[in-house]
Design a protein. Structure first.
Length: 95
C-alpha cells in the first residue's frame, strides 16, 4: 500500500434545523467562539466555531443545493478531511 500524506485536520459539519439556535448553544453553553459565519446562507445560516484545537461547522439543510432526507431526517454531519497534499492523496488512493 502506498504511503499516504499526513492529515492535518478533520472538521465535522453538523447539519442543524436551526443553525442560529445551535450557534447560541455551542457558544453560550459549551464555550466555543465563532470564527466565521454567514447568517443569510441556506435556511438558517452557516458558521465555523472553535474551542481550543477543536473546530466544528454548523450549517442549515439549505447549505446544500438539494439536501436529501434519510428516514425523514437530514444527514447529521459531513466530514471535511484536510491532508497535507490533496493531489498526492488523490494519486495514492487511485493507485
Amino acid at each position: 500500500m502506498p504511503v499516504l500524506p499526513r492529515m492535518k485536520d478533520l472538521v465535522p459539519m453538523l447539519i442543524c434545523e436551526d443553525t442560529q439556535a445551535s450557534i447560541r448553544f455551542y457558544t453560550d453553553v459549551l464555550g466555543f467562539q465563532v470564527t466565521e459565519r454567514m447568517d443569510d446562507l441556506g435556511k438558517s445560516g452557516w458558521a465555523s466555531l472553535r474551542q481550543g484545537k477543536t473546530q466544528i461547522m454548523l450549517a442549515s439543510p439549505g447549505y446544500f443545493p438539494e439536501p436529501v432526507k434519510v428516514d425523514g431526517r437530514y444527514p447529521q454531519l459531513v466530514l471535511y478531511f484536510y491532508p497535507d497534499d490533496v493531489v498526492e492523496l488523490h494519486q495514492a488512493v487511485r493507485a
